[in-house]
Design a binder for this molecule. Structure first.
Ligand SMILES: [Zn+2]
Ligand SMILES: [Zn+2]
Length: 342
């Protein structure tokens, strides 16, 4: 099979032929239709995050927004069959037994393995996955549309869900990229009044297309919830100032440097700071179901695996509008062919 491999940090990925993986008893091997190119992949390849660098296996096939069809089924697998269309998310496996798993917070599992970080991911024609942690892709979504929901979509979804965003509340989304444009649509679907803040006019235009009630560079009306999706410490400082008293700041985007928080203002305003890390399998099922209704659509453009280093360069320059999705020729499902974004 063809795969893009990270052999060492800060080097281009190399496109190579590898043997197709074989499933362990609790695994499936999936023929990949599509894999989203997430900013985390770039951060991993560039070794930007110390915390994840320590856990990154090398050589590695990146990619954790994977959709495709089950090709081979391990002997102990009961929940999936050959031909099922599924997604493989960031959370590759969790133990199901630790205190976090038992509390329903499997994203915090200490024993977790991560697709495209600790095990090989989806920048390849085939990927191995734990049957227990794959999710079904609803019929209403093409594989290319669904792929970015496996990370960007579920991350935005869980952030707003954990913040307790309710119908009629005001939310401000900071950063209108892959995550941000999805957060706007999810918040609108929940009945919220949505403001979007970005420094680029083209991103503000995208925010309006996604249904934002207000889009600008600064000072929206004070919000019940602010969600920061950009890797910018400045955005966090603006977001804290843009909350109404008692408001919640959802921490999702990850700048390498810390941001400043005034304890005095957090106390005086009874603000809540809320970290949110990708999503559970339940969160995934919910965002996929919401997207299948048509309420949330990830803007994406389809590329080929051979372009992956070019896509990374475009992302480093900030030139990728919304999401790039690598699709595999000859495996394009009809829905995707009909509903490709320009
Ligand atoms: Zn991601
Ligand atoms: Zn666990």
């Amino acid at each position: 099979m063809k795969a893009a491999i990270l052999r060492s940090f800060n080097q281009p990925l190399s496109i190579e032929e590898l043997p197709v993986p074989q499933p362990l008893p609790d695994e499936v091997v999936i023929r990949v239709h599509a894999c989203g190119v997430c900013h985390s992949d770039l951060h991993l390849a560039d070794a930007d995050w110390d915390l994840l660098k320590r856990h990154t296996k090398l050589p590695l096939i990146l990619g954790h927004e994977v959709t495709g069809v089950v090709d081979t089924v391990g002997e102990a697998v009961a929940e999936l069959r050959r031909g099922d269309r599924v997604g493989v998310p960031w959370l590759h496996w969790t133990c199901g037994e630790c205190e976090y798993c038992r509390e329903g917070r499997e994203v915090l599992c200490n024993k977790q393995s991560i697709t495209g970080v600790t095990v090989d991911g989806g920048y390849a024609e085939f990927v191995k996955a734990k049957a227990s942690h794959c999710v079904h892709v609803p019929d209403g979504l093409s594989s290319a549309e669904a792929a970015p929901l496996l990370c960007a979509g579920v991350t935005a979804y869980r952030g707003l869900k954990q913040a307790g965003l309710a119908s009629g509340q005001r939310v401000t989304v900071y950063g209108v990229g892959g995550l941000g444009h999805l957060a706007i649509q999810i918040a609108k679907a929940k009945g919220a009044i949505v403001s979007a803040v970005d420094i680029r006019e083209d991103k503000l235009e995208l925010a309006r297309e996604c249904g934002a009630d207000w889009a600008g560079t600064e000072k929206p009306e004070r919000a019940h919830v602010a969600i920061v999706t950009s890797a910018s410490a400045k955005a966090y400082e603006a977001a804290l100032k843009g909350l109404r008293k008692g408001g919640t700041l959802a921490v999702v985007g990850m700048p390498a440097e810390p941001f400043a928080v005034s304890a005095v203002s957090v106390v005086a305003g009874e603000y809540r700071l809320l970290g949110s890390a990708v999503g559970t399998r339940q969160d995934l099922r919910e965002i996929l179901a919401l997207a299948a209704t048509g309420a949330v659509r990830c803007r994406h453009h389809v590329r080929r695996l051979d372009d992956v280093n070019a896509i990374f360069d475009e992302m480093r320059r900030g030139d990728v509008a919304a999401r790039a999705v690598v699709e595999f020729p000859g495996r394009v499902d009809t829905l995707s062919a009909r509903r490709q974004d320009p």
